[in-house]
Design a protein around this ligand. Structure first.
Ligand SMILES: [Zn+2]
Length: 602
């Protein structure tokens, strides 16, 4: 059973097509070992039980068999329904018919073994004298096979360390930090003058910072899945339906683990939970409840302890905190005079009241909430900056590759009064523009500033390149290693974002300063929430960084080309809704004409 499960895990994860031999062996051995030990123990117990019952008489034997069948059925029932995710953790990632098939095969094998044991003992009971000699061979064969399997698996464990993993003893450790919900414009290094992020700014100045880094999605789950996989949300498939990241997608952690790195994550759980597939490739994936624990310090303490325990072995660590995310729990940068009916903390209850329309904030109250958000940013800078400073003093940071970023920003009445404060509902820059800097003495030029827009899809290929690991051909982003090393601007390429958590689905494309946003189904309701949006918007981010002046009425020629390319993607990944809605009466005639001329509406 363990061998079957291990083979299934390797098949689902496509370890062999990805060339991840070390990882495949790592997946196979524990499951096979557990299966062999449990199978041997169960077989031994059943044999013991049956022989005892046999000696106790026919009635006891029949009762014992009935009990065994009952235990078997109960175990199957437990595995099949309520504890399915626990007992069959791969079930939720795999296609339903295959999972049901696997389940039935396992049930069949176990049931068959039980039946064989039943018939075996029955034959012995019917003919105790003549059958004894024949029967005596079967347990011996089974026992020797079991023992051989245990020895084989145990020796594979020892052999694992000898499988070449492409690791160089000089491989730098990699520290990836995601500060959830942190807007780019709160960073001092990106122009904020309130002094909220002195420690992170200082670290960023030791490395290279990107002026225009864009998230691939405006909310936590798809954005992190894109960060880990270098794929757009409609390609990795983890969107508002909360489907887990498929195990066949090789994540950044899997690449590092394949290369012999130790891997761990200490994070705020929720939408970065291992239950949603983001734990793939991590040996340790420690999820914290920051609201209950009173902030991110336990996450940071656990991360520090783990890093110190690793020693000189190369490691990849992903540190994530929701401290900047609501509830906003600090007020040092908020003016108490603005508070009005509010107080600190400002949390879920207040956010829900604003979104329901039962609480309408005044201008000064909005200013207060924004001040609370800034205070959380400043606190995050202190504690995360403190951890990184400790690592610097320990001599770890200066030999490591450090990346600090965020998965998305926060709408603070930039565009939506109903969804502020919040995110996940649009593709405007207050949600997509995120901080991003790399620091790696010797690998990244200190003081670098890169103005060309880049995507968080570029982080994974860049980290592989900086660590000297082979690229992943399935990555959609590009390596920025050369730009970081030489300080030269990378080529300008189109930057895409998609996947909305609330309201109509949208797709955006940015080329240089021009940005096009398309809502292929403007009246779509996601997660029970719908609100009116424009089917197409065009902005010139240089002239209009706040995206207040939609240029779609007099489309620049380049925007028409961008719209065409965006609609091609929409057509590929959003086809059913496109068919349903692009012919909708509600699409303005002006846009309808334009789409017709592009061949998308007939
Ligand atoms: Zn987030």
């Amino acid at each position: 059973m363990g061998t079957l499960m291990a083979g299934w895990a390797i098949y689902l994860s496509r370890d062999l097509p990805h060339g991840m031999l070390h990882l495949a062996a790592g997946r196979f051995i524990p499951l096979a070992l557990v299966g062999a030990v449990l199978g041997a123990a169960a077989s031994f117990l059943i044999a013991l039980l049956l022989s005892r019952l046999l000696r106790a008489g026919r009635r006891w034997w029949l009762g014992g068999m009935a009990l065994l069948v009952l235990c078997y059925a109960t175990a199957l029932g437990l595995a099949a329904v309520p504890l399915r995710p626990v007992l069959f953790p791969l079930h939720m990632f795999s296609p339903k018919p295959l999972s049901i098939g696997l389940f039935l095969v396992l049930a069949g094998i176990l049931g068959g073994l039980l039946l064989a044991r039943f018939l075996d003992t029955r034959a012995g009971q019917a003919d105790p004298a003549g059958g004894a000699r024949i029967r005596s061979r079967r347990p011996a064969v089974a026992a020797w096979s079991g023992a051989a399997l245990v020895v084989l698996t145990a020796s594979s464990v020892l052999a694992l360390s000898w499988i070449p993993a492409g690791r160089s003893p000089k491989s730098p450790p990699v520290i990836l930090v995601s500060l959830d919900t942190l807007r780019a414009d709160r960073m001092g290094i990106l122009g904020n003058t309130r002094g909220l992020t002195p420690m992170l700014d200082s670290l960023a100045r030791d490395g290279a910072a990107f002026d225009h880094a864009e998230s691939a999605a405006p909310w936590t789950l798809p954005s992190h899945a894109s960060l880990f996989s270098s794929r757009l949300p409609y390609d990795h498939g983890t969107r508002w339906e909360h489907r887990p990241l498929h195990p066949a997608i090789a994540t950044l952690a899997e690449h590092f683990r394949e290369a012999g790195y130790r891997t761990a994550s200490f994070n705020g759980g929720g939408y970065v939970s291992a239950a949603l597939g983001l734990g793939q490739g991590f040996e340790i994936y420690e999820e914290h409840d920051e609201v209950r624990e009173g902030g991110p310090k336990p996450i940071l303490a656990a991360a520090l302890e783990w890093i110190r325990s690793v020693g000189d072995v190369p490691f990849f660590i992903f540190i994530h905190t929701y401290e900047v995310h609501s509830p906003y729990s600090h007020d040092e940068h908020a003016d108490a005079g603005d508070a009005g009916r509010l107080s600190c903390p400002f949390g879920f209850k207040e956010v829900t009241a604003v979104q329901n329309g039962t609480l309408t904030l005044t201008t000064s109250e909005r200013r207060y909430v924004s001040g609370l958000y800034d205070s959380d940013v400043a606190y995050t800078d202190q504690v995360v900056g403190g951890l990184l400073e400790t690592l610097r003093r320990d001599g770890i940071l200066d030999r490591a590759i450090l990346v600090v970023t965020s998965d998305h920003g926060e709408d603070l009445w930039d565009h939506s009064s109903l969804r502020s404060p919040g995110h996940g509902h649009s593709l405007y820059e207050e949600l997509l523009h995120v901080p991003l800097f790399f620091r790696a003495p010797g690998l990244v030029r200190a003081g670098g500033r890169i103005g060309t827009p880049v995507s968080l899809l570029d982080v994974a290929p860049t980290l592989l390149a900086l660590a000297g690991l082979p690229p992943d051909r399935d990555h959609r982003g590009r390596s920025l290693e050369r730009a970081l090393r030489d300080g030269k601007e990378p080529d300008a390429v189109p930057i895409q974002a998609e996947s909305i958590e609330y309201g109509p689905g949208r797709f955006s494309l940015r080329q240089g300063d021009l940005k096009v946003i398309v809502a292929p189904a403007p009246d779509q309701v996601n997660a029970g929430i719908g609100f009116p949006v424009e089917p197409v918007e065009v902005f010139d981010l240089r002239a209009d960084p706040r995206e207040e002046h939609d240029l779609s009425g007099r489309m620049p020629p380049q925007a028409t080309e961008m719209l065409r390319s965006l609609l091609e993607r929409v057509g590929r990944v959003f086809e059913p809704l496109r068919e349903k809605h692009l012919d909708d009466e509600r699409i303005p005639e002006r846009l309808r004409e334009q789409l017709r001329s592009l061949g998308y509406v007939h």
